[in-house]
Every structure is written in C-alpha cells, then in structure tokens.
Design a protein around this ligand. Structure first.
Ligand code: SF4
Ligand code: SF4
Length: 135
C-alpha cells in the first residue's frame, strides 16, 4: 500500500518574519516604516544610491513615522532585505497574498494568520507561474 506523502512542512512565524500590526491597517509598505525617507526615496538600512519606493516593502519593515531614521547606512542590499515592489501596485498584507485562505490559514506559514498581517514570503495574488521559477 502506498502511503500518503507528508504534507509540506510550513515555516514558523519567526522564520517567515511574520508581523501583525493593527495600526498598519494591512498596508505593510515603506511609507509606513520609520526607516523610509520620503523626500529622497531612500531607506536608513539600504545604500545611499538605492531608490526605495514608498509602495515597496522588505523583510525588515517596522511600523513608525517615516523620515525619523538616520541617513542611509548601507547595512543591507535589496537582495539581502528581500526588497519587493508589488507588481499589482497595491499594498502588501495577507489579505492580498496568494497563500492566504481568506480566513485564518496560510499555505506556507503555520499557525493562526491574521488577514491584516504580513510576512517576508508574501506573494501577489494571480502571480504567473513562470515568476515562481528560481532558475
Ligand atoms: S526597504 Fe524595508 S526597512 Fe527600508 S523603508 Fe522599506 S520596509 Fe522599511
Ligand atoms: S498569507 Fe502570505 S503574507 Fe501572510 S503569512 Fe502567508 S505567505 Fe506570509
């Protein structure tokens, strides 16, 4: 008898950098992060030549008033931070993620998931399959 293959192991919330901040109202983007600098479109954590859009986000998002952080420190590259611009032009959040079931579960992150939460594995709804390819 062939046994059922094990379910894919999910990431824990801390592995996925899951965050739920009610004040963000499901908009986990740079213009709600204290490290974003609106006048120059730069970020305290990235390089001084890295343009950072207010509608983008990364795995280091932190709620706070934009423009209050230090000048760009060059601590992270966009690749290292997981910097992402939403191709659909909408804010990030579980309620706008391909992996969310519309209630409280995620396909890849374990535990109770808030519709107004977010994580670094966020994926836009209706992302074409070819964009998933890693090679
Ligand atoms: S790139 Fe990341 S750390 Fe920088 S402003 Fe955006 S969310 Fe914040
Ligand atoms: S639904 Fe998307 S953004 Fe929310 S925890 Fe799952 S992968 Fe992350």
């Amino acid at each position: 008898m062939i046994s059922k293959p094990p379910e894919r192991e999910k990431l824990s919330k801390d592995q996925a950098l899951y965050v739920f901040k009610p004040e963000a109202k499901g908009r986990y983007q740079c213009d709600q992060c204290w490290m974003w600098q609106p006048t120059t479109e730069r970020c305290s954590a990235h390089g001084k030549n890295d343009r950072i859009l207010g509608t983008a986000s990364c795995g280091y998002w932190m709620w706070g008033k934009p423009g209050t952080g230090p000048s760009p420190q060059g601590s992270l590259t966009k690749l290292e931070s997981g910097y992402t611009e939403n191709p659909n032009g909408e804010p990030f959040g579980c309620h706008r993620c391909e992996e969310f079931d519309g209630k409280s579960k995620c396909e890849i992150v374990s535990g109770y998931i808030q519709a107004m939460g977010c994580c670094s594995a966020w994926k836009p709804i209706d992302q074409p399959e070819w964009e998933d390819d890693e090679d």
